[in-house]
Design a protein around this ligand. Sequence first.
Ligand code: GLA
Length: 395
Amino acid sequence: MTGSGTAGRVEALKRCHGEKTGDAAARVFQAPGRVNLLGEHTDYSGGFCMPAALNFNTLVAATPRTDGLLRLHSMDFKETVKIQLSELDDWRTSQGEGHWSAYPAGVAWSLLERGVGVTGADLTMQGNVPPGAGLSSSASVEVASATALLALAGVSLAKAEVALACQRAENVYVGAPCGIMDQFISASGVAGNALAIDTRALTAELAPIPGALRLVVCNSMVRHSVGGGEYGERRSQVEEAAEAIGRVHPRVKQLRDATLAQLEEAKGTMSLEAYLRGRHVITDSQRVLDGVAALRAGDVARFGKLMDEAHVSFRDDFRASCEECDLLVQLAQALPGCLGSRLTGGGFGGCTVSLVEADVADGFAASLQAEYRQRSGVMADIFVCEIADGAGELL
Ligand code: GLA
């Protein structure tokens, strides 16, 4: 199963937008969700991560307005919300909290804060990134909205700037303490490639995924949320580790600056939780660099092994897995043609990603789904994915 059918979705979107606004020829923009291959919870430590954009996205049809009104319509929630641009601040606390429209509204707010001349607009949105699955449906809504609003304003921003504006919308307006990875890959993804992102420099290197391999994403159906307390708790523990090392080595501001030896040295001055979370972040950031080297050398078996190791680190040191995801990973690793498998994204549920030989990928997906159902009683959604481009206008 793939996230295809874009032509039909665009047609339905334009029809709906035309009925609401009278503009049947509106411009249409898209931004994808993502899967992360290596480097989890490293992006708020200035570390490395390696996501890929998926062929699941949010579509936005957009028409400018001259009256300063932002009229948002979600085809998925079957709801329209109207906000004056001048009232975005009040609206966040009065009505936006926990509502789908806080994401696009937050993006308009964040772009205005940066001095972008955002105009009023009619935006009609529809997405097929599974929500609550750890595949960055939120970032895809944000980046698609930003791409549309920037185009209507006639402003072009560097992709890293678009990502930063969207991250700020999510951190401050929506109130979820995410890093930069999801918005960055949604804005900058390149078809056929993962990106090895340096989240401190905000630069990325292409990491081509060989055509003979597929990414198979399997939803455990356990809901994941960045807004939930566990993400924030892990973030504080990671920061505690960096601060403890920084007291001994003042050059260390974030775990990006620290070595495993320095973590060991400062172990006695931090909680056990901080030490273990720190060990995960330092080793997983390194696994991204090792993964890039493995792909360059054509050593896909080594890359798969790094994914397996990343799962162990995420499960045992970061303690961000769950029983269902551990089961999925264990079942996947035992199936023929699977090079590596791990839980992807923020953790505590959501999806696993497996690197699988292309010619057996469909059989792998069917077996994984059947075995998981038999063991857990749950019917998982499973996708043999394409690696897509980042955000843009559909022409
Ligand atoms: C979520 C956040 C990202 C990142 C991942 C974990 O997806 O939005 O910024 O921290 O979790 O790698």
